[in-house]
Design a binder for this molecule. Sequence first.
Ligand code: GSH
Length: 212
Amino acid sequence: MKLYMFEHCSLCFRVRMTAALKGAHLQEMPVLDDDTETMTKLVGKRVIPILIKDDGMAMLESMDMVKYIESLGKPLLTGPERPEIAAWADAVIHRTALLTMPRYPLLGLPEFATAAALNHYRFRKRKVFGDFVELLANTRRYIAELTPDLEALDGMIESPEAINGALSLDDVRVLPLLRSAAVVKGLKMPSKVRSYFETMMERTGYAPLPEV
Ligand SMILES: N[C@@H](CCC(=O)N[C@@H](CS)C(=O)NCC(=O)O)C(=O)O
């Protein structure tokens, strides 16, 4: 299987963590941010992640990819799911984005390896999220706005090894968002969140992203 991906992409990390936890082979194919041609050749449009299965068929939905990988070999994500965890993840992504979007291009990630790719990202994200200098200058406010979410999550974590006690799709919803939030220097994760994040990242074998 091949995964066309951006290193900073939390939807991509859903797929990567699932393959890693299952011990499934996944060939990671980093794409430059301005390389729309590669995506279009594969699936006719600009989108990431793209999973190309061993039979050559493409998948475009990250959760479908996760479920497909989960269907291979011994089941792993067998734990219960809680609707409040999915609701937490849906709500929090809007608040983390204001902190993470202006930071990703500062981390030396492969998708920004050329000046053209870097500015392609800055140009298109600025249209959606606003001026990056202003976003970074508002870091304290955005951290303060995110802190109650992290505290709420702290109260929902059942084990550092699985949010609901046994691994489930809820871990796939939450861990990639924490990996993204962890790029923010000065963001304090409450103790259970921190312990869950560190334990789970260790289990996946992926190092956290740098923080800035
Ligand atoms: N529902 C899709 C959403 C995929 C998606 O929105 N990908 C974003 C990146 S995270 C994308 O391709 N954006 C277009 C772009 O980067 O230009 C999934 O879960 O995989």
